[in-house]
Write a protein that binds this ligand. Structure first.
Ligand code: NAD
Length: 401
């Protein structure tokens, strides 16, 4: 499975036969049988993967996912998305990803830390050579990145660290900041509404979802529904987002006492709101529910929340979709600033992080709009065309094809 339909893409731009060798297969895949002997004598085991999908544009960049659902196929798919995301944003990184198949909620802090140290030990050469630069993803946090830094002793070996130890002010909220920025651009361009008149439903209230909610709420939008893995809350008049964010940061879950009716994650995607932001996991908008979506705009906060088949249905129904490789690129934009800062020793202020994300995302959004008008194609395809052009250029310039 690929995150891009290369057959469709090739009807819009010429993809040389030799390039397909690099675009249809990943470059390098590692399997690690990660395990840890615990106090009770049992061994905690986790299948783990590191995938470099393509590094023609730079070292493999991509988060570490820790979830029970992690597979090699998923890790590969996410690594591929990183190739397109870095290319779209013009960041000189390639696409990578790693996954540890374990539910972090079942681990004590000590167990998680020890397991991560073991993971670093297994991929020490990749990290210390700068070939792979991880960051947080589903189930991992800035604290985990600090553990990785502690094990490599190289500040540029990992991004998404806490600012107190060389992390970037604004990196924690960067992805949500970018999702909110592109959402506001989308509200203006596609919904043609004032943000205070817009109702939003956000699925997932972790790093991406909660910060997206925070920035959209601050911009005046009515965040009417939020959810986490347990389910969600809905209030047409808008939820108390400040309280929800505060409590999420303290307890890791959304509180129930913020006013609103209980809903399921499935119901959230079918709510009668102006826009929905899936910001949790992949494949939540499928052929089963694509025809039931009532929102006019979808912004993909998560990676791959819409299946290729569902995408076609949404397109036919005239529902506008801002794709993951643009929508959640604020994270990798900030990661690049953090990595550069680690290399140079520069000091970056939070406002600079925000401004870089906002400016770059607006630039790409406008470019994608003009391509989609020019070629009469979806915003997703327009972003893919822009990204693929950059990858093809690098393949030629590095004499890989
Ligand atoms: P996170 O672990 O901080 O939060 C995930 C949230 O989703 C939690 O609220 C969790 O309860 C909820 N959730 C988990 N399973 C769910 C399910 N089946 N249904 C509904 N909700 C569920 O993760 P995150 O870092 O916010 O990442 C979310 C998505 O954004 C992922 O697809 C990730 O790849 C993508 N992403 C993250 C970043 C980043 O900087 N963290 C950057 C780009 C993309």
């Amino acid at each position: 499975m690929s995150s891009i339909d290369l057959e469709v893409l090739s009807t819009y731009l010429e993809i040389p036969k030799n390039a397909l060798i690099f675009l249809t297969k990943s470059e390098k895949e590692m399997y690690i049988n990660l395990n840890l002997l615990m106090d009770n004598g049992e061994v905690l085991q986790a299948d783990s993967y590191v995938v470099y999908y393509n590094t023609v544009r730079g070292p493999a960049k991509g988060g570490i996912r820790m979830a029970e659902t992690v597979t090699l196929e998923e890790t590969r798919d996410l690594a591929e998305r990183m190739v397109w995301k870095c290319a779209l944003t013009g960041i000189p990184f390639g696409g990578g990803k790693s996954g540890i198949c374990l539910d972090p909620k079942k681990l004590s802090l000590f167990q998680k830390t020890t397991l991560l140290k073991e993971f670093v030990h297994e991929i020490e050469l990749e990290l210390k050579s700068g070939a792979y630069i991880p960051a947080p993803d589903l189930g991992t946090t800035p604290r985990d990145m600090a553990v990785i830094y502690g094990a490599t002793h190289m500040v540029e070996s990992v991004t998404g660290k806490p600012p107190s130890i060389g992390g970037l002010p604004g990196r924690e909220e960067a992805t949500g900041k970018g999702v909110a920025k592109v959402t506001l651009l989308g509200i203006n361009k596609f919904l043609k509404k004032d943000s205070s008149k817009v109702t939003v439903a956000i699925q997932g209230f972790g790093n991406v979802g909660s910060w997206t909610a925070y920035f959209l709420h601050k911009a005046g939008c009515k965040v009417a529904a939020i959810s986490d893995y347990k389910g969600g809350l809905f209030n047409k008049q808008g939820l108390d987002i400040e309280e929800a964010v505060k409590q999420q940061k303290q307890r890791g879950e959304i509180p129930l006492a913020i006013g609103g009716d209980k809903i399921t994650n499935e119901e959230l995607l079918e709510l009668k709101v102006d826009l929905i932001i899936p910001a949790a996991v992949e494949n939540v908008i499928t052929v089963e529910n694509a025809s039931k979506v009532k929102a006019g705009l979808i912004v993909e906060g998560a990676n791959g929340p819409t299946t290729l088949e569902a995408d076609k249905i949404l397109n036919e129904r005239g529902i506008i979709l801002i794709p993951d490789i643009l929508a959640n690129s604020g994270g990798v934009i900030a990661s690049y600033i953090e990595w550069r800062k680690a290399k140079s020793g520069a000091i970056t202020k939070v406002q600079e992080t925000y401004e870089t994300i906002d400016t770059l995302i607006e630039e790409i959004f406008n470019k994608a709009l003009s391509i989609s008008r020019e070629k009469n194609c979806s915003t997703r395809l327009a972003c893919q065309i822009l990204a693929a052009n950059e990858v093809l250029k690098a393949l030629r310039e590095r004499a890989w094809i």
